[in-house]
Design a protein around this ligand. Structure first.
Ligand SMILES: NC(=O)C1=CN([C@@H]2O[C@H](COP(=O)(O)OP(=O)(O)OC[C@H]3O[C@@H](n4cnc5c(N)ncnc54)[C@H](O)[C@@H]3O)[C@@H](O)[C@H]2O)[C@H](O)CC1
Ligand SMILES: [K+]
Length: 483
């Protein structure tokens, strides 16, 4: 499940043309693929309208109209913006007419059950022209089922920006792959149900969706002679007098997700709360300064996470600077997410901001972050040589090599204090349990979301609490283990 920007789509079309696969053929594939994908949602007693624009998105609509007509559907094809301008769309219109099919005039008094939006695709320039706005208003008044081709008209392909008159589709059938706006905000909420239609181009992109199959393939089964030393000796620096639970949640998730040994550096008060919840962990009660002075050498920790339940202070920053030099996988969350530079080491450095924290880091508004989550996360990961997990609906996971993934698991039940702490613990365990860093990070994010999905299958989304991760993980992890 790959993701392509409009520039990548244009480049793929040009390369295909150079290799002998014409855009005319791709449009035929698109229309034919759309027909097969859309058909299950239609019935022959419905009245259908296909509204085609002047570009190639409109051309896809023409091919789809031909297939639907040939199959006996009652379809009107109209051009609210005028007839097609691109060579290939004109060619397809010619063939459509040669087959004996007509182009209709827009009749505002006619009613339709289904309207296919083939007005603008990846070539859209916002804002929408006035002539289109009038037509869209009529279309919305129709209360028909709306099916958009490639992207809903009025939203951008590459960013989350949405025109105030944008079409809100019930279904969107995207060609070749997803477009970034499918996972950005507010644009993603205009797509409706999304399906990708293959048009015969090779799949190649730095960005894609991490899937259940990916988790299954990369799940690591333990050797029969395994011992605790193989799965990491972690240091979790978390929890305070005011926020002891954050450390308890991170620690219990780390233990449940498979870490070998875990030490929590926290306050005495916090440990009295954490201990009964996670009796498997050991404790340290050092100040940040003391940790810098001696602990690392004495204990031989193999990985660390810092931040849950901690305030950002100068001493904490000194400790982070020290940890960054230890050349071990390091997870920086909550109070440890600050603006700083990072060494270019071999071991992964993972940052887990939510949009508010990322907005403070980049000095941009949350709206700007949400509209451009993928691009901004990727830029940050590449520039700072870190793995950036930008949390929220469709969590973005960007890697320093420019690759990235979208996570589609999880739901609104995760919008509650403590869910980030649990993720930090799972990441700590995962990174020590899988030699492939990418799979380790992505599987933790994926399964964190699956826990909440599993919860809402049975219970109200209001009722999920982060302590529930602990009881859900055993069953969910089992479902990924190969027999
Ligand atoms: N590889 C593939 O995925 C293929 C996808 N196909 C389809 O082609 C479109 C992209 O076609 P393109 O001609 O480049 O762009 P559009 O159809 O989106 O629109 C261009 C057209 O629209 C005018 N325009 C732009 N903005 C506005 C506006 N705000 N108001 C009015 N008019 C506007 C612009 O001037 C142009 O005339 C892609 O999405 C797929 O649907 C192909 O089938 C081949 C392979
Ligand atoms: K469209």
């Amino acid at each position: 499940m790959y993701i392509y920007t409009s520039e990548q789509i244009k480049a793929a079309d040009q390369l295909a043309e150079k290799r002998g696969m014409s855009t005319f053929s791709l449009m035929e594939n698109a229309g034919c693929g759309l027909y097969h994908a859309i058909c299950p949602y239609l019935s022959t007693n419905q009245k259908l309208l296909i509204a085609s624009g002047k570009g190639n998105n409109g051309g896809d609509g023409i091919v789809l109209a031909r297939y639907l007509k040939m199959a006996g559907f009652e379809v009107d094809l109209i051009f609210p913006l005028g007839e097609p301008k691109t060579g290939v769309a004109k060619q397809h219109l010619h063939y459509y007419e040669q087959c004996g099919f007509p182009v209709e005039e827009w009749n505002p008094n006619q009613t339709y059950d289904v309207i296919v939006d083939a007005l603008l695709g990846v070539g859209a320039i916002l804002p929408l022209q006035e002539s289109l706005v009038e037509w869209i208003k009529w279309m919305k008044s129709m209360k028909a089922t709306i099916i958009s081709i490639d992207v809903p008209t009025g939203i951008s392909s590459n960013s989350g920006v949405v025109d105030q008159n944008a079409i809100k589709a019930d279904y969107t059938f995207s060609l070749h792959g997803y477009k970034p706006s499918r996972f950005l905000f507010p644009s993603s909420h205009f797509y409706g149900q999304v399906e990708v239609v293959d048009i015969g181009l090779p799949q190649k992109s730095n960005w894609r969706v991490w899937t259940e199959k990916d988790v299954q393939k990369s799940w690591v089964k333990r050797e029969t002679n395994a011992h605790k030393g193989l799965f990491g000796t972690g240091l979790l620096i978390a929890g305070s007098h005011e926020m002891p639970g954050s450390a308890a949640l991170a620690a219990s998730s780390a233990m449940r997700f498979g870490i070998g040994k875990l030490t929590v550096n926290t306050t005495q008060h916090a440990s009295a709360i954490i201990g009964p919840i996670v009796p498997e962990v050991t404790f340290l009660y050092h100040t940040y300064e003391e940790l810098v002075r001696s602990e690392w050498k004495n204990r031989r920790f193999t990985c660390a996470a810092i931040g849950p339940g901690l305030d950002p202070t100068d001493d904490l920053e000194k400790l982070v600077t020290y940890l960054l030099k230890q050349n071990v996988p390091l997870i920086l969350d909550a109070g440890a997410i600050q603006s700083r530079s990072y060494p270019r080491g071999e071991k992964p450095i993972i940052l887990t901001p939510h949009p508010g924290e990322f907005s403070r880091l980049l000095q941009l508004s949350t709206k700007e972050i949400q509209e451009n989550r993928i691009e901004l996360a990727s830029e940050y990961a590449v520039t700072h040589h870190v793995i950036l997990i930008l949390k929220g609906e469709y969590t973005v996971i960007a890697f320093p090599d420019g690759t990235g993934y979208i996570n589609t698991t999880g739901n609104a039940s995760l919008a509650k204090g403590g869910s980030g702490d649990a993720l930090t613990g799972m990441l700590l365990a995962s990174i020590e349990g899988n030699d492939c860093v990418k799979a380790a990070v992505l599987n933790a994010v994926y399964i964190h979301g699956v826990c909440s999905d599993e919860w809402v299958r049975k219970y109200s989304e209001h009722t999920f609490v982060s302590s529930d991760f602990s009881s859900l993980l055993p069953m969910i992890c089992k479902s990924f283990e190969k027999e």
